[in-house]
Design a protein around this ligand. Structure first.
Ligand SMILES: *Cc1c(COP(=O)(O)O)cnc(C)c1O
Length: 370
């Protein structure tokens, strides 16, 4: 029997969630976002199953290179663009589409003369104030880049939403209006919607959208569960009980003795901890599933183990499966307990956790599973 923590990755759920994006934004083309190792699910495996997306989006050139090396031939958008000319050269060699967000990138692009024109997206800062050009700079840039033989096809305009997780916040509509105002005649491809925008803000359903978290089956919206949004979790993080102990009233459990048994009680120990990516900040009371039934954590999270209050589960046995998140235990709920967001929990599952891919289509010819 396998006691290693495992992340079971449900590719049927991934395809279902992609279909949800299509239903919500039927007129949009989809950049499926697979950055950060596919939000922790395996970038190449996600990219392979997302073959019916129109393209894949990553943050960095290096991530795109890994997709190409695995045999993926779809369009790839690099959302942070490039920093130095070696990255620009790699982007050209692999035919990536690049988002440009500062003047030095434009200058570098114009300096290097090659026979391989690139597709370019101008990243516009419409209110997030992280990356991007000011809207006033855009008309000039559009003219410059559109005339540049280094640039293939129409230049795209993209922006990123800062507060779309809150459907009542007016900034989202304002950001959409600011981007759309730059292209009143609809000459250029626009890209706004992230998952939250796609679900809650129609103005962000531009000709290209960039969903990430919803593909993996977590909710991007405050106060809405993934189940309400008809999304299915792609990852189940699971392990097993490796001990069941009968402790006495007054016994303190784990590092720091933070939990003291209020009565004689059964306590389970499961083989997973922060060394596997389970959040160390998950407090006493955070739920897990033991054999499919809820039980609360007690004590501190260790590197390799967690303690579980088994008072409600007197028949629990060593070897029983323990689910940390997945169907019936939304990762969003665990994130809330741990004071973070699903994105972080999913991304930081460590390489010590074995990834098991279920219902995966064959890899592209020559592709190797990473
Ligand atoms: C990560 C990212 C996305 C996807 O966001 P989700 O909230 O996961 O849907 C879209 N666009 C950009 C620029 C990103 O960095």
């Amino acid at each position: 029997m396998q006691i290693h923590p495992r992340a079971i990755i449900d590719h049927a759920a991934l395809r279902h969630n992609l279909a949800c994006v299509r239903r919500r934004a039927p007129d949009s083309r989809i950049w499926a976002v697979v950055k950060a190792n596919g939000y922790g699910h395996g970038m190449v495996e996600m990219g392979t199953t997302l073959e019916t997306a129109d393209g894949l989006a990553v943050a960095r050139v290096e991530e795109g290179v890994r997709l190409r090396e695995a045999g993926i031939t779809k369009p790839i958008l690099v959302m942070e663009g490039f920093l130095f000319d070696d990255e620009l050269a790699a982007a050209r060699a692999h035919g990536f589409e690049l988002a440009l967000h500062r003047p030095e990138q434009v200058a570098l692009l114009e300096q290097t003369r090659t026979t391989r024109p690139l597709r370019i997206w101008i990243k516009v800062d419409t209110g997030m104030h992280r990356l991007g050009f000011d809207p006033q700079q855009v008309p000039n840039l559009l003219a410059r880049l559109s005339a540049d033989p280094q640039v293939a096809g129409p230049v795209g305009l993209m922006t990123h939403l800062a507060k779309a997780d809150d459907p009542h916040d007016r900034l989202t509509q304002l950001q959409c209006d600011r981007l759309r105002a730059l292209d009143p005649a609809a000459h250029y491809p626009l890209s706004i919607g992230n998952s939250a925008g796609i679900l809650a803000c129609p103005a962000s359903r531009t000709p290209w959208v960039r969903p990430g978290i919803m593909l993996y089956g977590a909710s991007p919206l405050i106060g809405r569960t993934a189940a309400e949004l008809r999304l299915r979790p792609v990852m189940r993080l699971a392990t097993r009980l490796i001990a069941v102990r009968a402790l006495r009233r007054g016994d303190a459990v784990g590092y720091g003795s933070t939990y003291v048994c209020p009565q004689d009680m059964l306590v389970g120990v499961a083989a997973i901890g922060y060394g596997d990516g389970y959040p160390r900040h998950a407090p006493i009371g955070t739920p897990v599933l033991v054999g499919g039934r809820r039980a609360p954590l007690i004590g501190r999270i260790s590197m390799d183990m967690i303690n579980i209050d088994l008072r409600g589960l007197p028949t629990a046995r060593v070897g029983d499966p323990v689910t940390l998140w997945g169907a019936d235990l939304p990762v969003d709920e665990i994130a809330q307990w741990a004071g973070t967001i699903s994105y972080e929990l999913l991304c930081r599952v460590t390489s010590r956790v074995r990834m098991e891919h279920r219902e995966m289509h064959p890899m592209p010819h020559g592709g190797k599973r990473l």
